[in-house]
Ligand binder design. Structure first.
Ligand code: 4AD
Length: 462
């Protein structure tokens, strides 16, 4: 049969065909069009070939019938081959289903690049039952799947929406460097490298640079990769993640919390208002409920009330000897306990006023309660912390004392210190982990699913 098929050579009809992307298919119904794409699904039935074509902008069912379906190329077509196809798109009759409720009746097609069949076939490379490390190695193929590409499309919409919200709120975008010589969030998670013979690091946070922009540009934000040498493999830690950070001047701690709440709600509402994106979000939640936009105002909970809440609910933590016991004031609340609390309360929580000893050197103290800081973690059900922020020390002497206390050499921070010298101001800011926000929005088990090419510490095989 294949030998006979080789003899069938079909010329393309000469009628004009408009080249379109699949997203334009609905407006081009009834006209002859030309579409390029990848064979996403393939079914041969009753002498006809049904192809779901994918071009990144959408999916289009194409039907090859008659002699077209008997050609060698049609009979040997494989998943993920690229083709160009021409024909007319028509609405489907009642009772038939296909993406966007229409299909292209092909009058001609040609293979652009044929993908292998047999052992080397695409589906053998991205077996969903494979273990996670194999799937990570095949990430470049996994992203062609409906789940992964839907996540990446929502991610793009979310980034766009963040930028729109920042424009509405009057913050200007800047692009700080990734190669730095200062730490922000402690030495333990720094990635070091050699910079022309000097030690340098990949940035953990652009915060200090954003602070320097306040006197020049006013309130600012950035969307930048941050790097953390995390020592353990968890659901919510990456070695490289997309960090949405902002810094605002002349505001109070309460203003800062209000701003974070407004930013998140405005950004999420805009994403949900786009029907195409809403459809993707619903698809990713299918069978597991539905995304509920957060109700406002977000709950505000003092750190000490959280410790009490954990103890009242018998959520324990291991002490230095590994013996489970109650939480005590001064503890850094562990991921598991934080998650249990957030999932039980079931709504966003601004956890505020952490003890100074478990927080970063730059955080300002609560006036009149100097052991505690004007700091905040925003906790979301299902993922836990998605935002970390604070008011910053605005007094020069206090900052110098903070360097000393933390054993930080002030020398490489001279430019940061200058901010306190040349016209200081009360100010505050925060960082939001984009992948964590996505894990919450899209009900993903791990942040790794929300990154294009996730980088994280390899899992030990012991
Ligand atoms: O709480 P963090 O460490 O705060 C800072 O870096 C501040 N300097 C930010 C600022 O005020 N400008 O990190 C902020 C957020 C966390 O809430 C979390 O969402 C995310 O960054 N994050 C990570 N996301 C993925 N993988 C990791 N290893 C992360 N570490 C932090």
């Amino acid at each position: 049969k294949l030998e006979e098929a080789k003899a069938i050579v079909l010329e393309e009809p000469t009628t004009e065909a408009t080249r379109i992307k699949i997203r334009q298919a609905t407006e081009q119904r009834g006209k002859r069009v030309r579409v390029f794409g990848w064979v996403h699904r393939l079914r041969q039935q009753g002498g006809m070939t049904f192809v779901i074509l994918r071009d990144g902008s959408g999916y289009l069912q194409c039907v090859l019938s008659g002699r077209l379906s008997q050609t060698y190329d049609a009979l040997t077509l494989t998943l993920e081959s690229t083709i160009q196809i021409t024909g007319v798109i028509n609405q489907l009759p009642e009772g038939k289903t296909a993406p966007e409720n229409h299909e292209l009746t092909a009058d001609w097609f040609a293979v652009v690049g044929k993908a292998p069949g047999g052992d080397d076939a695409f589906l053998n490379q991205v077996n969903e039952d494979a273990d996670p490390s194999q799937l990570a190695d095949a990430r470049h193929l996994v992203i062609r799947g409906e789940n992964a590409s839907a996540i990446l499309k929502v991610r793009a919409a979310l980034l766009q929406s963040f930028r729109q919200s920042y424009a509405n709120l009057g913050l200007l975008e800047v692009t700080p460097p990734c190669m730095v010589q200062t730490q922000v969030e402690g030495g333990a998670t720094l990635f070091a490298f050699d910079y022309y013979g000097e030690q340098a690091y990949l940035t953990q946070s652009s915060q200090l640079y954003l602070e320097t922009c306040l006197p020049s540009l006013g309130d600012v934000f950035c969307v930048q990769e941050s790097f953390r040498a995390e020592k353990s493999h968890t659901r919510r830690h990456l070695s490289e993640y997309t960090h949405v950070e902002a810094e605002l001047a002349f505001l109070t701690f309460n203003d800062l919390l209000d701003h974070i709440e407004e930013l998140i709600c405005q950004t999420i509402d805009r994403v949900l208002a786009d029907p195409k994106i809403k459809e993707l979000i619903d698809f990713l939640w299918a069978g597991k409920g539905k995304f509920e936009p957060p109700s406002r105002p977000f709950m505000r909970m003092d750190y000490r009330d959280a410790i009490k809440w954990l103890n009242d609910h018998n959520i324990t933590r291991p002490d230095d000897n590994g013996v489970e016991g109650p939480h005590v004031v001064g503890d850094d609340i562990a991921e598991a306990a934080e998650r249990k609390m957030t999932d039980t309360i079931g709504r966003p929580i601004f956890l505020i006023n952490f003890p100074k000893d478990i927080k970063s050197f730059y955080m300002s103290r609560v006036p009149g309660d100097e052991e505690y800081t004007e700091s905040v973690d925003l906790l979301m059900p299902n993922v836990g912390e998605i935002v970390g922020g604070s008011m910053r020390i605005s007094d020069l002497d206090e900052l110098l004392a903070a360097y000393k206390r933390e054993g930080i050499d002030p020398e490489p921070y001279y430019w940061f210190t200058d901010q306190r010298k040349y016209g200081t101001s009360p100010h505050g800011g925060y960082g939001l982990g984009l992948e964590r926000l996505l894990a919450w929005l899209l009900n993903r088990y791990t942040v790794r699913e929300c990154s294009l090419y996730p980088r994280c510490i390899p899992m030990t095989t012991s």
